[in-house]
Design a binder for this molecule. Structure first.
Ligand SMILES: [Zn+2]
Length: 109
């Protein structure tokens, strides 16, 4: 489970964007392949933001399809589910880096 590292990444980006302002809402896009449990992510978020400018902020989680490259035929594959495979049958896909998580919007007070 990597929710905690995702949360610290979210907070790093959010605090950079918010400066000294208080964070009220963070909208994040999470690649479906990351297999993140939204409830678990929210729980970690609530713990990690205690006594920070993001305490009490709402975490909106939007699941987005991820992209990967097939290691056999080099096709680009849009991955809806973590267990998707390439059309050629290959299961070994090279995930594009940076697709795991993106902060889409930030609402500050
Ligand atoms: Zn393929």
């Amino acid at each position: 489970v990597h929710e905690l590292s995702l949360v610290s990444e979210i907070l790093r980006i959010a605090e950079e964007g918010a400066g000294a302002a208080r964070i009220r809402r963070i909208v994040v896009e999470v690649g479906t392949w990351a297999a993140v449990e939204p409830e678990s992510l929210r729980f970690c978020f609530a713990l990690a933001t205690e006594s920070t400018p993001a305490e009490g902020a709402v975490l909106d989680i939007v699941e987005v399809p991820a992209r990967a490259t097939c290691t056999r035929c080099q096709a680009e594959v849009v991955v809806q589910k973590a267990w998707d495979t390439c059309a050629c049958g290959e299961t070994n896909l090279a995930w594009h880096s940076g697709e795991e998580l993106r902060v889409r919007a930030l609402e500050v007070v």
